[in-house]
Design a protein around this ligand. Sequence first.
Ligand code: FES
Length: 142
Amino acid sequence: MERRNFIKTSCKICLLGTIGASLETLTGCGSSYPVLKASVLDKKISIPLSLFNTDTVQYLRPQGWYYDIAVKRNDNNEFIALLLQCTHQDNQLNVNGKTGYSCSLHGSSYSVDGKVIKGPAEKGLKRYQTNVKGDQLIINVV
Ligand code: FES
């Protein structure tokens, strides 16, 4: 790991320790990506804005949940938070790098914005409302 990336990663981990979250790498279903374990309080998840660069996707694993949430900051500084649950028959989705998400059960695929690219799924991914409060991104998981 480059020194720059090491320092960047170390700072994120220190920051996460102060908010009771942790960064881990999960491997499964042919995909591997860093996942931030997050607590849900009053149907909200709060994570530091400093974790996001433009064009960076953060993956969250809410405590006690089966599915991850992908959170992306777009060019307009807006956030998109998507539940990685296939809308066909509820399978967990795989992350396909920057191209989107796919389902290994029947082959549905979704764009990074959660729109269906290929069926049999017909509905896009569930999207959560987000808002910024101070230096935190709040995801309303209702
Ligand atoms: S459950 Fe995902 S395509 Fe059928």
